[in-house]
Ligand binder design. Structure first.
Ligand SMILES: Nc1ncnc2c1ncn2[C@@H]1O[C@H](COP(=O)(O)OP(=O)(O)OP(=O)(O)O)[C@@H](O)[C@H]1O
Length: 265
């Protein structure tokens, strides 16, 4: 695998979109037929390939529903591709869904150990990191309170603190730099820069903020409707994506003007 720590090779994933069953005569006939295909198949990601090298910071860009989070989930091993393969090297720490990997009945303290164990870190390692995690999360006062009493912002802070303080080989972040208050956002960004500068951590990062991708990432993938539209140097991909979103914004504006010009005010 050389310096490559993530290889996404011709990956596709299919979901079945469950539909509400209405017991019409046709549906009942379908239920009894052998070829009952009343659920629609939906390919959320199709034939996606890219590599990530050690120390890379890869930004994943794209409009809503483009398949960005699904790709991250397949790399994190949370979802299995229907076709193709994902290979990874090193310990992966995913921070994908708010509260994922936490048990809401346990306290903040217990959840730090729980999450550490789930990620495969020994108890002694988490003990060493514990104070730093609590300090970064700004949750000292609440650390022995069950998580069900935490706000969503508090849970995000704890999740971010754990994920970035354990110094993962591969850190996977989905939109997490947009959580918390302004002060915490600034601190999170600085922590990301620290991780990036030591080049031991490879970062895969989904964001709707082109500014963040430009600052943090050296490579980028632009996804569109489940496929890779462009992959390469972050600057080039960000420029192309910015042009695309600006021109599609202008097209929408023009369409709205044409539609409105026919309206009676
Ligand atoms: N478990 C699932 N079952 C069915 N469809 C799914 C499932 N997970 C994702 N999808 C669909 O797959 C597509 C891609 O979703 P995904 O969350 O990866 O997009 P995204 O690019 O991360 O979007 P956003 O920017 O809005 O978060 C969407 O159309 C979504 O509805």
């Amino acid at each position: 695998m050389s310096r490559k720590v993530v290889i996404v090779d011709d990956v596709s994933i299919k979901f079945l979109l469950k539909k509400e069953r209405q017991f019409s005569k046709k549906k009942i006939t379908n239920l009894f037929s052998r070829n009952n295909k009343s659920d629609d198949e939906f390919w959320a990601v199709r034939n996606v390939s890219f590599d990530v090298e050690k120390g890379d910071r890869l930004g994943i860009l794209g409009l809503n529903g483009a398949g960005k989070s699904t790709i991250l989930k397949m790399i994190a091993g949370v979802m299995k591709p229907t076709l193709g393969s994902v290979k990874t090297k090193g310990r992966i720490v995913p921070l994908i869904e708010l509260g994922a990997g936490f048990n809401s009945r346990y306290t903040g303290r217990e959840n730090i150990y729980l999450r550490g164990a789930v990620l495969g870190y020994p108890k002694e390692f988490i003990e060493k990191k514990f104070d730093k995690i609590v300090e970064f999360s700004e949750l000292k006062k609440f650390i022995d309170v069950p998580l069900e009493k935490y706000s969503s912002g508090m849970k995000s802070k704890l999740g971010f603190a754990i994920s970035t303080m354990v110094e993962p080989d591969i850190l996977i972040l989905d939109e997490v730099l947009s959580v918390g208050d302004a002060k915490f956002k600034k601190k999170s960004f600085a922590r990301m820069m620290e991780l990036i500068e030591n080049e031991r951590t490879t970062v895969l990062f989904v964001s709707h903020s082109l500014g963040q991708v430009r600052k943090l990432c050296n490579k980028a993938v632009w996804m569109e409707k489940g496929k890779v539209k462009m992959v390469g140097e972050s600057k080039e991909v960000c420029d192309a994506y910015a042009n695309y979103t600006a021109s599609s914004g202008k097209r929408k504006e023009r369409r709205a003007k044409v539609q409105n010009s026919g309206k009676i005010s």
